[in-house]
Design a protein around this ligand. Structure first.
Ligand code: XIL
Length: 381
């Protein structure tokens, strides 16, 4: 039996983790970043205007980052053979102006990956969130034209590819493009300025450019709740089937798998993987975590629960059942990688989503970096 996750599953799939840029920073850099965040928070608070639905300012004060080495870094180096940046390879982090790129975060992660013999993914080229504001503007107070935005997007994809194509095993080309309302494409009313300005063909174009830019990487279309909601799963199926028929070079569906202790069932996960597999596509689990909360209604999230032994055992059992399914789908040749969205519970984005400040416990290591029951159970499979 191996001590390390990646080694344990190496005959089936790579095991990856999203790495927060913060864990790779020095204490001093973290302090500077914290001061910057604090200053922005104060400005935001000062300028806050009450709105219907949000009458009061209720965002918690930012907390300073730990100053010393965080357990995440060593665990990330030891247990995973694949990494992805939690934020540093998103367009807003990289594309700073029409002729301005900031690759410092991406380079730092790539260096870490190389030092630790890990593969690296790129998340993400096109997304309706965490895109820079300037890209949708024409510089004269108006909206960018279709031609201008296309030119900028193509330039972005080609520039990133020119720098990283030999180092990136898979690229999330388009992220979260399926609407939760009608399971068609997310449009302008649904916050996608890409769709709004470029029309539905932006997806095909992004993949065609991505193929040119990253000729040897898997090209992924990535989304959430594909296992959880049958209509969304089918909406994605329709989209990728059409893309394949049009000869668009998509080869992989990314299942984010931000799931919870109860839903979806293992059967739904299995059916989802096999549905995309039936089109000859690969599947990657791109952002897995198993929240303690079911949160049926995001406006009224569940109250915080205790993370006692009974919870840890329940979560361990749930992880084990899902990973058995993953092993089966890897042996069937469909599933290629399984990536966790973070390393320790303490650093998980779920501590602030969907309920700000309600600490969650969705990963395999607790906030101090100690292995949880789920970790041991997976190594027992
Ligand atoms: C999240 C990060 O984890 C947070 O740190 C950030 O503040 C917001 O984005 N789906 C995605 C990821 O595709 O990029 C998101 O990551 C989580 C949901």
């Amino acid at each position: 039996m191996s001590k390390y996750l990646y080694e344990h599953f190496k005959d089936n799939f790579r095991v990856g983790a999203a790495i927060s840029g913060i864990i790779l920073m020095s204490g001093e850099e973290r302090q500077t970043l914290f001061e910057h965040i604090k200053q922005r928070y104060e400005e935001f608070k000062k300028n806050f205007k009450p709105q219907p639905g949000m009458p009061e300012f209720k965002f918690p004060e930012p907390k300073p980052f730990p100053t010393g080495e965080m357990p995440d870094k060593k665990l990330a180096a030891e247990h995973f053979n694949l990494v992805v940046a939690e934020n540093e390879c998103k367009m807003a982090s990289v594309y700073k102006g029409p002729d301005e790129f900031d690759f410092s975060g991406a380079d730092r992660l790539l260096k870490f990956a190389k030092e630790n013999n890990q593969a690296m993914r790129w998340h993400t080229l096109v997304w309706h969130q965490q895109s820079p504001r300037w890209i949708f503007e024409d510089g004269n107070g108006g909206k960018a034209s279709k031609e201008l935005l296309e030119e900028r997007l193509k330039k972005y994809i080609m520039t990133v590819g020119a720098r990283y194509k030999d180092d990136i095993c898979s690229v999330d080309v388009v992220n979260e493009c399926i609407s939760d309302k009608n399971f068609g494409l997310r449009d302008g009313k649904d916050r996608s300025q890409w769709f709004d300005i470029l029309g539905p063909e932006y997806i095909d174009k992004a993949f065609i450019w991505a193929k040119e830019a990253f000729p040897n990487s898997r090209l992924v279309i990535n989304d959430y709740n594909l296992e959880m909601i049958k209509g969304k799963r089918e909406g994605m199926y329709k989209l990728v089937k059409g893309m394949l028929e049009r000869g668009v070079p998509v080869d992989t569906v990314g299942l984010q798998m931000h799931i919870n202790i109860k839903n979806p069932s293992v059967k739904e996960i299995e059916e989802t993987i096999e549905l995309y597999g039936s089109l000859g596509l690969n599947v990657i689990v791109t952002e897995m975590d198993v929240s303690a909360y079911v949160d049926k209604d995001f406006q009224n999230p569940d109250p915080r629960r205790e993370y006692d032994q009974a919870f840890m055992d329940l979560q361990a059992e749930r992880y084990a059942q899902i990973f058995e399914c993953f092993q089966k789908e890897a042996r069937a040749g469909i599933l290629k990688d399984v990536v966790f969205w973070g390393v320790t519970d303490g650093m998980s984005w779920k501590n602030n989503f969907p309920a700000q400040g309600r600490t969650d416990a969705p990963l395999l290591f607790d906030k101090d970096g100690k292995e949880k029951a789920a970790f041991y159970k997976l190594l027992d499979l």
